[in-house]
Design a protein around this ligand. Structure first.
Ligand code: UDP
Ligand code: MG
Length: 312
């Protein structure tokens, strides 16, 4: 088995066969050298039924496996499940909605075949079809995370990647519950080759992202890879402490009427800052709690595959 392709799917009923046909077309000269691993991440539509049809297709000679989660656990969990299933020497993660063209995987394979010093090829979006505000928000996120995090993030780098088995194995060994794969890829290291790619329009269905989900995802990333927010309280605390001493001295010398007003202002300011940082600390505590509970990242309801053609 040469290549394992991981395809996370959430409400993609109309895209399963389209994806498969496009993939098959791109890989027509590569028969039996790949396995497709679809992960149905708790879809509410007929995604798993479509996957069943695909697996049971008589003329199907490809290696196809489909897992279905007991509920929606998120794309990170779906990718993790796929990584655990992958047996190929090369592993690829690609979306089901054809926004990422399967033919690009062939270019990625060529790079890894030729450039032995590289272990991963990552596709980054050079111009994403989205509004300017969104692009600006994303740029700001990358700036914040890069200036505060222990590992570096490449702007626009997607989950659309091809990497060697060794990279997949090292990612699986990381036991953290809150998984932020973009950061994990940077954390495990290895040499990464970046190629630009054009994001296509979604063929069917709609994006699973909205503004709130993106903000949550960004906070997840920062909490996973940066401890700076925790330290900020110390910096602010010191700053307020020094400011209040200066303020006290000035107030004593000047004996100003404005003093009472300013005093209230500082009391409220300090209180709000204290509350904000208690909040930030609580975010980390909540994550520690989640890690300690060590619940699984996902629960599999059923698995089907062309290999055994059996159902669990
Ligand atoms: N996805 C998933 N679980 C989720 C959300 C998304 O498995 O909870 C899958 C989805 O089916 C798609 C990929 O992740 O194959 C990317 O999702 P989407 O197209 O919604 O994101 P976008 O391309 O808009 O960033
Ligand atoms: Mg998409």
């Amino acid at each position: 088995m040469k290549l394992s392709v991981i395809i996370p799917c959430h409400n993609e009923e109309k895209n399963i066969f389209l994806f498969y046909d496009e993939f098959k077309n791109a890989f027509k000269y590569y028969k039996n050298t790949f396995e497709l691993i679809f992960i149905d991440d708790g879809s509410k539509d007929n995604t798993f039924k479509e996957l069943k049809k695909l697996v049971e297709k008589k003329e199907n000679i490809d290696n196809i496996k489909a897992l279905s989660f007991s509920r929606n656990f998120g794309k990170e969990a779906a990718m993790y499940a796929g990584l655990k299933e992958a047996k190929g020497d090369y592993v690829c993660i690609i979306d089901a909605d054809l926004q990422q063209k399967p033919s690009i995987i062939l270019d990625m394979i060529k790079i890894l075949d030729k450039e032995k010093e590289y272990d991963c090829v990552c596709a980054y979006q050079n111009n994403r079809k989205e509004n300017r505000l969104m692009t600006k928000i994303k740029r700001t996120f990358y700036k914040i995370i890069n200036s505060t995090s222990e590992v570096k993030f490449v702007t626009g780098a997607s989950d659309f990647r091809l990497f060697r088995k060794s990279v997949a194995e090292s990612i699986i060994t990381l036991g953290e519950h809150h998984r932020f794969l973009k950061g994990i890829f940077s954390y495990v290291g290895f040499n990464t080759f970046y190629i630009p790619y054009e994001v296509e329009e979604r063929v069917n269905g709609k994006t699973n992202w909205n503004f709130t989900k993106l903000v949550k995802y960004a906070i997840d990333g920062i909490l996973s890879f940066s401890n700076l927010p925790l330290k900020l309280s110390l910096y602010f605390g010191n700053f307020i402490f020094i400011s209040s001493i200066i303020y006290l001295i000035v107030a004593l010398i000047l004996k100003l009427e404005i003093v009472t007003t300013l005093m209230f202002f500082f009391i409220f300011l300090s209180l709000s800052i204290i509350l904000i940082f208690i909040g930030i600390t609580n975010l980390y505590i909540a994550r520690i709690y989640d890690e300690v509970k060590s619940r699984p990242n996902y629960i599999i309801r059923s698995t089907i595959s062309t290999e055994k053609n059996n159902k669990k």
